[in-house]
Design a protein. Structure first.
Length: 316
């Protein structure tokens, strides 16, 4: 089998919600998954391979937990694009290099969706523009907060137009250069479905007003880097009060992060990763405090000071 073309797509991890921004705001971080797609010559493929995946190989930590069958999410996204353009997908080899922890609230599924769609679009000759690819990613994920920043980078707010066409307005959110995202990644998982199950089906007017005001303040706090605004802005009444019970040691880690100088701490995505925002001076102390307290709770965790990824999905 001769190689027709190859494309490699690097996709950043994401942190979503950022407290009051439930299902609408997210930021790309400097952890990455890489997806290499090698399109193979159909004329030399064995019978039955013309529209089938040839192989999926995964390397990196937790590689043995990734599905390497045709149900692999990156391959499903690859197929989705070809279905959308009404073309038969070519046989393809997919090599995945993991750098984003699985099922930890850092958008690992979003990287697979974006990687598969972007890779397929490149191999197909770029029949779709960026907006069309992004809309496919949102449709596959079900909400925009992870896939949008994974695709375009930076911190993003996504708002649906509310009409039957279900289109999206994407607004980039300025992120002050002095703000450091510190992620504390515990050695246990929390499924998104479980995290959504604990949420109430409706909320009071007071809670809706509270989150609306705090989201507005959050946007200004991220832009200006003002700690006094961020300390208030990161509070939430929509998801965190219900989800924190699913994360052992949450209150202890929260208290330790604030005592070490963090402006605030939130659940990253659906959890269990916790995200603290700190300035560049306090970030090392916050990092040490979070890992120490979780260790005292009997939980091993990786705690890392990251940066905002401003590039999004990159094609090599």
């Amino acid at each position: 089998m001769s190689v027709v073309s190859t494309v490699t797509v690097t996709v950043p991890a994401t942190t979503a919600n950022l407290g009051p921004g439930f299902d609408c705001i997210g930021a790309a971080l400097t952890l990455h998954n890489q997806f290499k797609f090698t399109c193979l010559d159909v004329s030399t493929s064995a019978p039955g391979q013309e529209t089938g995946v040839v192989s999926i190989k995964v390397t990196g930590e937790e590689a043995d937990r990734v599905d390497t069958s045709a149900e692999n999410l990156a391959y499903q996204a690859f197929l989705k694009l070809y279905q959308h353009i009404s073309q038969a997908p070519p046989p393809v080899q997919i090599e995945i290099e993991l750098g984003v922890p699985l099922a930890r609230g850092l958008g690992s599924s979003a990287t697979a969706i974006v990687g598969g769609l972007v890779g397929a679009n490149q191999l197909a000759g770029q029949p779709l523009d960026k907006v069309e690819v992004m809309n496919l990613a949102i449709a596959m994920e079900g909400h925009p907060d992870n896939v949008v920043p994974a695709f375009i980078g930076g911190c993003c707010l996504a708002a649906e137009d509310g009409e039957a066409t279900k289109t999206w307005e994407i607004c980039d959110i300025p992120w002050h250069s002095n703000l450091v995202p510190v992620v504390a990644i515990p050695d246990f998982e929390l499924s998104t479905s479980e995290a959504r199950r604990v949420l109430p089906s409706d909320y009071s007017r007071a809670d809706a007003i509270f989150n609306t005001a705090h989201l507005g303040l959050l946007l200004r706090g991220l832009e200006t880097g003002r700690g006094d605004w961020l300390r208030v802005a990161l509070r939430d009444r929509i998801h965190q009060p219900y989800r924190k019970a699913l994360i052992p040691g949450y209150d202890a880690v929260h208290s330790a992060a604030l005592a070490a100088g963090a402006y605030g701490m939130v659940i990253s995505g659906a959890g269990p990763t916790l995200l603290a925002l700190a300035d560049t001076k306090s970030a090392p102390t916050v990092t040490t405090a979070m890992v120490t307290v979780w260790k005292e709770e009997g939980i091993a965790a990786q705690v890392r000071s990251l940066s905002l990824d401003t590039q999004g999905a990159r094609i090599h």
